[in-house]
Design a binder for this molecule. Sequence first.
Ligand code: ADP
Ligand code: ASP
Ligand code: MG
Length: 470
Amino acid sequence: MKKIVMKFGGTSVGTGGSIRHVADLVAKYAKNDYRIAVVVSALAGVTNSLLETACQAKKSDEKQIENFTTQLLQKHKEAISAAITDKQIQKEVTQITEKTLSELEKVLTGICYVGELTPKSKDYVVSFGERLSAPIVWGAIKDCEVETQVFTGKEAGIVTDSNFGEADPLMNFTCHLIGERLGPLFEKGIIPVVTGFIAANQDGIVTTVGRGGSDYTATILGVALRVDEVWIWTDVDGIMTTDPKIVPSARMLPQLSYQEAAEMAIFGAKAMHPRALAPVIKENIPVRIRNTAHPENEGTLITKEPAANEANPVKAVAMIKDVAMININGAAMVGAPGSYAKVFDVLGKNNINVMMISTAVSEANISMIIRRAVLGRAISKLEIALLERGGVVSEVTAEDDVAVIAVMGANMKGTLGVASKIFSIVAKKCINIRMIAQGSSELNISFVVKEKDGVAVVKAIHEEFMLDRN
Ligand code: ADP
Ligand code: ASP
Ligand code: MG
């Protein structure tokens, strides 16, 4: 008997038909002596539409809100009738859906009246996506005559800090609660269906663990239930040499080490949430990325050991688009102890994550990459804090039309000439590099180009390193 957490992303539960397929898949494994816990994302596109509506709710009227919830009801009702055949189960799930949506309507109306959207209320609004999808998946599994129960992340016992929008679990407490609440039924073969992405802080207030966070929920649950493997079901065959939407000939990588996979997730391989591997690394639980449409494929297996016999030092190339570059200039920074500390202190205190840094030996310039969404806040905070403090910095500038290209592979470590090959490929395309960084781990080389050039760079590197061939 194998114990598995199976996570189904939005792309796997986009429609009623695909939910039915997911339920059949789960039921097949359950009937083959697998113990399964299911983690489910919102229906494809729903989280984005909730976020948009939440941001507009400040300015919208009650009519617009009603239109939105009516559309959501329609979408989920269609999914219910396609995914579930038993009329009684259909009715039960429809009632849950209607109740949840009337709550959402009240929340959005509240935001519209107050005219304010805080990170806390934003998390509450986006939590409805998974609260709507999980009961349908639960109903569909029940329809396959397999015993199952549905939980929100909060009900399951996932407790996080209060960093709304990017919360992290309090792992020991969470494991204890999940063990208590889900453990006994999981051991009995009853399938818990848990909403991905959403949890609660210690006061019971709803939090989310970051976009794409259902992967994280799955690994948290995997550790708490001490499973043999965590399976992330998605719409591609596994982790690939690059995004197949950019290079259709991208090749699936059958095996990756935790370190390589984490590096790829951080650098934009959307197939996995960047922090999702943290819980399983500690417990040494393997993760598999698999294609819901092709369950006969084994997918990418992520374990402690790197794959053996890899000839190519470069394994994958990725592009991160939603980033911006900040440049901080000031001749007085040269040799001034603590000037870097001031910059990072300001960003850290304002909860702005720095993804990449590079400085010149002259120290007259620091360049940093951050998420584009926080650029405005970062510049204003830096300007206020740095220009005020004794003139160490003379100028803060930004570019928001850039992308990071990351080239990765464990065998890059110690291999000569990889960097020079990469940069000559880019030069041959007459594309200008704005910034370069190589971590001392030597697992990746990242550089910044204008966003409009990103796709061409990814394609050229993929081709020149022959990543589509083993
Ligand atoms: P899900 O809804 O299952 O969570 P995501 O959209 O989050 O799916 O992730 C899957 C998508 O990630 C794929 O459709 C693919 O376009 C994209 N992707 C980007 N880079 C990679 C990569 N290196 N390997 C696999 N998929 C990638
Ligand atoms: N629904 C959430 C999102 O779109 C979480 C997830 O899909 O993993 O970000
Ligand atoms: Mg995802």
